[in-house]
Design a protein around this ligand. Sequence first.
Ligand SMILES: [Zn+2]
Length: 68
Amino acid sequence: MAAEIKKETCDVAGCSKEAERSISLKQVKESKLSLKPECARAAHLCKDHYREYKKETKKDRKLNNLGY
Ligand SMILES: [Zn+2]
């Protein structure tokens, strides 16, 4: 009954921290984060990179709003 728990690691290039969130690859590609080439579907992000990603997308949205 032992279930194997696979720990995901962060998919950002150069990062080997434990992943906390997974985001669609497309979304991450729109940000400045560069992912490892082996990352094919969902991108797993560690806490730090997820925060970085969120910060960035927030900024983008703000800039878009200013354009109105
Ligand atoms: Zn990371």
